[in-house]
Design a binder for this molecule. Structure first.
Ligand SMILES: Nc1ncnc2c1ncn2[C@@H]1O[C@H](COP(=O)(O)OP(=O)(O)OP(=O)(O)O)[C@@H](O)[C@H]1O
Ligand SMILES: [Mg+2]
Length: 68
């Protein structure tokens, strides 16, 4: 079986996360896309504050709900 036919273990398309703050909104993640296939190990690397934890929390459904 080729990799192409294996199902994605995880997939994100054009994810943007913006936090409301007392000041200006903070764009924590700006249009990121990624795919991890079964059997693959995916590492997200980047400088501090670049959005790694927010991306992972979004993938896991661990971000707070959008404000009404
Ligand atoms: N609850 C929040 N409210 C406002 N801004 C936030 C919130 N959580 C994260 N941020 C901002 O989002 C951006 C991305 O943060 P994140 O924690 O994802 O970075 P990181 O890549 O995991 O950094 P580190 O390597 O230091 O762990 C940062 O500018 C951070 O200040
Ligand atoms: Mg982090």
């Amino acid at each position: 079986m080729s990799d192409v036919s294996m199902p994605d273990a995880a997939s994100i398309r054009n994810l943007t996360v913006t936090f409301a703050t007392d000041g200006d909104p903070v764009v924590a993640v700006n249009r990121i896309s990624l795919e991890a296939h079964a059997g693959e190990v995916l590492a997200i690397v980047g400088e501090s504050g670049s959005g790694k934890t927010v991306t992972a929390n979004a993938l896991l459904g661990c971000l707070p709900r959008r404000r009404p």
